[in-house]
Design a protein around this ligand. Structure first.
Ligand code: SF4
Length: 464
């Protein structure tokens, strides 16, 4: 077990460079300084941040072999609702309405369903957009229906071979599980995303996955591929970093035309790659053929709000916007006719039925090798006790964050240390509590490498 660190790699609270700047202007200034500001950059123009993670529990009912959580995650208590509410308010204060808030963990469905509903409601009440990030196991139809009523906008299912389901040895066999989750959400006003961690064992199955996603593009809005990274408690050792170009090439091999990742950039290109596709007759076509046109449309429509789970409303809003931008309307019509001609056979075969599918790749950094520029331009923040922090920074120093005590409105300090009881401290607490040593924890509270070490010794407790 690693020694408890007393130092930190980055100062935890993220602060705007100028207090007078809005987060949007602040991000724009940062990107300009880093040479990442251009015609097709979305961050700092449309959004100050891509999304903010709100970790409502560290517990999980799986133990993925590339998990970025801490080995001690299972051994800390869930943060109190009062602190979650404070963090939601903080996200709103920092980034404002329309911010995408990922309700995540651990697996957030392990929290009490009424508490989860309340958390989603609080986010929606602030006119921010809650997304449930889950492995799907406990995301029942009843729970999802209840969360939709509370204002849930998206559900993102993380399903892949790192989860170690014996019944599903590869990504193709896991499509049965993906299809089951799609059935579960059918008809709910939710947009659906699938997250897949890519590692040497499944990289070659990317084209098969893309074909599956294309077959279900009526229901799936976004697919995200995360390249394995050496961070957290993962038991896969990442020796030779997978090449993002290889992943992009494999995605392209499943498409009718190569995808353009330069038309709508989000932050640092070493972190994110994003492309939009059209799925017609099961074939995946690049949507962003014309980077200049895409850049112009995106730059002039920053105030236009896309309601992801209400496509008709979004489309009507876009049509109205086009009426006020006739030059762009003409250019777009020309592009649409050309595109329709290119896809004419498929359009004819499927009688004009078209879906869109967004494709993301995301590359987290190894915990011991953080690039300051990428951290500064980070589009994926986590709200902590002390403010928003880049997810890569959090991953590199998870124990420091999950073992932070939290002051409640009563003035008492809540302790995350889990020995079966909730503890409060009266006096001013230390910044980070000393964690319970691995040897003193039962096997059921261990995950990742720590659990493997324990099992290698042949020790099991009855409840594990
Ligand atoms: S979390 Fe890491 S990889 Fe993702 S955008 Fe932020 S710095 Fe980049």
């Amino acid at each position: 077990m690693s020694e408890q660190k007393e130092t930190q790699v980055f100062p935890p609270p993220y602060r705007p460079k100028k207090w007078s700047a809005t987060p949007l202007a602040d991000m724009r200034n940062t990107l300009k300084r880093l040479g990442l500001w251009h015609h097709n950059q979305q961050l700092g123009r449309r959004w100050a941040v891509g999304c903010v993670a709100l970790e409502i529990t560290q517990r999980c009912n799986l133990d993925c072999s590339l998990c970025y959580l801490s080995e001690h995650s299972q051994a800390v208590q869930d943060i109190p609702l009062e602190e979650i509410k404070r963090r939601i308010d903080a996200i709103y204060t920092w980034y404002g309405e329309g911010t995408d808030v990922q309700v995540t963990g651990g697996d957030p469905t392990l929290r009490d369903p009424d508490e989860l509903e309340l958390i989603v409601r609080w986010i929606a009440e602030k006119k921010m957009r809650p997304t449930l990030m889950t492995n799907g196991i406990r995301a029942s139809r009843a729970l999802l229906t209840k969360l939709c009523e509370a204002g849930l906008v998206d559900v993102a299912f993380h399903v892949d071979t790192t989860q170690g389901y014996k019944k599903y040895p590869d990504e193709v066999s896991l499509n049965q599980l993906r299809a089951r989750y799609l059935e579960r959400v059918a008809g709910l006003p939710l947009t659906v995303m699938f997250n897949t961690t890519i590692h040497p064992g499944n990289i070659k199955q990317i084209p098969d996955l893309m074909h599956f996603f294309a077959r279900h593009a009526q229901q799936i809005r976004t697919v995200s591929f995360q390249l394995e990274a050496d961070t957290g408690r993962g038991v896969h050792s990442v020796e030779n970093q997978l090449s993002r170009d290889t992943v992009l090439a494999l995605i392209n091999s499943a498409c009718a035309s190569p995808l353009n990742y330069q038309a709508a950039e989000i932050g640092h290109p070493d972190c994110n790659r994003y492309a939009l596709t059209l799925v017609v007759n099961g074939k995946i076509w690049n949507f962003y053929d014309d980077s200049a046109l895409t850049g112009d449309v995106l730059r002039h429509s920053t105030a236009l709000l896309w309601h992801r789970n209400q496509p008709l409303r979004s489309m009507l809003g876009f049509m109205k916007w086009l009426c006020f931008n006739p030059k762009l309307a003409v250019r777009l019509t020309r592009w649409a006719l050309k595109k329709a001609w290119q896809m004419r056979r498929d359009l004819f075969a499927c009688r004009g039925k078209i879906s869109t599918l967004s494709v993301f790749t995301h590359s987290f950094m190894p915990g011991d090798c953080l690039d300051c520029e990428r951290v500064e331009a980070c589009s994926f923040m986590t709200m902590t006790r002390d403010g928003p922090v880049s997810m890569c920074v959090l991953n590199a120093e998870r124990d420091r964050y999950i073992y932070q005590p939290v002051q409640l409105s009563s003035g008492k300090w809540w302790s995350p240390t889990n020995d079966g009881n909730v503890h409060y401290m009266e006096a001013a607490a230390p910044q980070v509590l000393r964690w319970v040593p691995e040897e003193q924890l039962p096997t059921r509270l261990l995950k990742g490498k720590a659990r493997n070490r324990r099992l290698a010794k042949g020790v099991r407790d009855t409840s594990s």
